[in-house]
Design a protein around this ligand. Structure first.
Ligand SMILES: *Cc1c(COP(=O)(O)O)cnc(C)c1O
Length: 223
């Protein structure tokens, strides 16, 4: 079932869209199934759960941290994490930087922006985005350790497709204006991560190039 769903999603995805399979609340055995279907990008939203799985799975997996990340947990994931998709403050950035240096690694990250209507959703208010990026661009000495790859966002959890589409469209506009503006000389700023099980078709239509799919591929979560 997992493999069928992966093949189904991949067949519909344009070549330049990366599929991140979200495996929170799923077992190592289930993750192996997705791995054997060719998936190498996996997402988890809790550090503790990620740590319980990582040593039981192949080293060539690219792990993405997609949930809100407490600064005191960064040390556990810094030695291996591929991309932190949920950076939403300078303080979190600085802790990841500090730990990346200690591990002598380069860590990819995305800035998570808040576009959704709900005020419960995490992420940086878009009014603060450009100022934060300017601060980061001023710190060239960080470049060997921290690579800003793009933006991540989540749409409002609603059945209103027009609302979801307008949020994705807004994220794409922000992404494009950064790429044409202050990030113009940073070709590595190339990732717009948006779209989950219920809305990834809409997200890809609006220009997402990284989708994060959990339940549609892995099945209902066994809480
Ligand atoms: C759980 C989660 C997903 C995947 O959600 P599904 O609806 O199961 O596809 C994607 N992104 C984030 C940030 C998540 O926490």
């Amino acid at each position: 079932m997992i493999q069928e769903r992966i093949n189904e999603v991949k067949a519909l995805l344009p070549n330049d869209v990366t599929l991140v399979v979200v495996t929170k609340n799923h077992t190592v055995e289930e993750i192996w199934e997705a791995y054997n279907a060719g998936v190498r990008d996996f997402g988890e939203n809790r550090v503790q759960e990620l740590m319980s799985k990582v040593d039981k799975l192949p080293k060539d997996i690219r792990w993405h941290l997609i949930g809100s990340l407490q600064r005191n947990k960064v040390k556990y994931i810094a030695p291996f994490i591929h991309c932190v998709q949920s950076v939403d403050s300078l303080a979190l950035y600085e802790e990841i930087l500090r730990r990346a240096k200690l591990s002598n690694r380069s860590i990819d990250f995305l800035l998570e922006i808040h576009i959704a209507q709900e005020n419960t959703k995490a992420g940086l208010p878009i009014e603060e985005l450009e100022a934060l990026i300017k601060t980061l661009l001023g710190r060239e000495e960080d470049a060997p350790y921290m690579k800003l790859r793009g933006l991540m966002t989540m749409a409002t959890n609603t059945d209103n497709r027009e609302e979801i589409v307008s949020e994705f469209r807004k994220a794409k506009e922000i992404f494009d204006s950064l790429r044409g503006g202050i990030m113009a000389h940073h070709p590595e700023f190339d990732t717009l991560s948006m779209g989950m099980s219920d809305d990834w078709h809409l997200a890809v239509n609006e220009g997402s190039n990284m989708i994060r799919i959990g339940s549609y591929i892995m099945g209902a979560r066994s809480y």
